[in-house]
Design a protein around this ligand. Structure first.
Ligand code: FAQ
Length: 311
């Protein structure tokens, strides 16, 4: 009976148990989850670009090996997440088409350019740091395949974050020009990182339902505040200044006060008008076209090894 299925689903969520692919789920839950999972998978795949640009320009063999491993990890994260999205009944080709046609989003920060080597450090320290704060609660997301994928993703993001911190640490203990380069990168990446958490709660269209369904556990603002609180002591340890004159400890709240990101800019970048949107999407489409022969070869191989049709 439809109402019994609905009641079983609601009981599962209320008991904080996992929804699995074979379970009945309301269409709105499936659609909302698919939207977030696809956006997340796309962010990992398009997110390879800002750093991949620097692999051939890394200043040492060690830095190159680390960056290469990080970018490969992101490809892997994209694949786990597309696989998790496929369990909801949409195949990967359709998800990629939606990305390539601009119908499916990826995170805004990816549409900013990486201008210097120090950007790879600042990007990893700040945006991977933000990704960890956002993703640790997703390890408890109500959808089993999403939650399980997040466990390994978070471990790998911790390595990404740590290597970014280490790269900035080295630059901050280098020449005045290196310190200036690191500071400039932090100045440019701070607000794109804060904007990653999405619009403020009052303007967030999905949070309420996603939280009721335990896909999300916290509001965008709660996670943004947690991120700021974590970053301040780390910036002090690094010796970099965070570019916000309004940043100060508020003993009454037990948190740092800070200046919110420019949400009008976030909306513009999400709409496709960021500094590198066109370049990122064009590169993604080209990479997909250039990979056509791999997909054809895989399909031919699978057809050759498929069991013969009966009769
Ligand atoms: N950028 O109602 P809400 C990484 C959209 S990458 C673009 O609050 P929700 C690899 C949102 O989709 C990080 N769009 O939405 C890496 C919605 O639009 P829609 C991977 C944004 O879903 C690291 C609309 O605005 N993590 O780790 C953004 O409840 C370093 C209304 O917003 C994820 O992808 C934004 N910043 O909360 C690579 C996180 N914010 O769908 C290189 C997974 C909001 O109605 C270097 N996603 N929108 O058309 C989430 O956690 C959530 O979807 C939020 C948004 C928190 C992003």
């Amino acid at each position: 009976q439809p109402h019994e299925r609905q009641a079983r689903f609601e009981a599962l969520i209320a008991a904080d148990r996992k929804v699995e692919p074979g379970d009945w789920m309301p269409d709105a839950y499936r659609e909302n989850l698919l939207r977030q999972l696809a956006q997340h998978a796309n962010s990992e795949i398009v997110g390879m670009q800002p750093e991949a640009h620097w692999i051939a320009r890394a200043p040492s063999l060690k830095r190159k090996a680390v960056l290469l491993a990080k970018v490969q990890d992101e490809a892997g994260h994209g694949l786990y997440l597309y696989a998790a999205a496929e369990t909801l009944g949409t195949d990967r080709a359709a998800l990629l088409n939606a990305l390539h046609e601009g119908r499916q989003k990826y995170l805004s920060f990816i549409n900013y350019p990486t201008l210097t080597w120090a950007d790879t450090g600042a990007l990893a320290w700040l945006t991977d740091g933000a990704a960890i704060v956002n993703q640790v609660p997703l390890c408890r997301s109500s959808y089993g395949p999403y939650a399980r994928a997040m466990v390994r993703v978070c471990k790998e993001e911790s390595f990404h974050h740590r290597q970014g911190f280490d790269s900035l640490w080295t630059l901050m203990r280098g020449t005045p020009a290196q310190r200036a380069m690191a500071q400039d990168a932090v100045d440019r990446w701070w607000y794109p990182a804060l904007a990653m958490f999405g619009p403020p709660h009052t303007a967030s269209t999905h949070s309420e339902r996603s939280m009721a369904w335990r896909i999300k556990r916290f509001t965008n603002d709660e996670l943004r505040q947690r991120f700021v609180d974590i970053c301040v002591p780390q910036a002090e340890a690094l010796g970099v200044r965070l570019p916000d004159p309004g940043l100060r400890w508020n003993a009454g709240r037990g948190h740092y006060d800070f200046t919110e990101p420019d949400y009008a800019e976030l909306a513009r970048v999400v709409r496709g008008d960021g500094p590198a949107n066109r370049q990122r999407l064009a590169h993604r489409r080209r990479a997909h076209e250039e990979g056509a022969w791999v997909r054809e070869a895989a399909a031919a191989y699978a057809a050759k090894h498929a069991p013969a049709a009966p009769g």
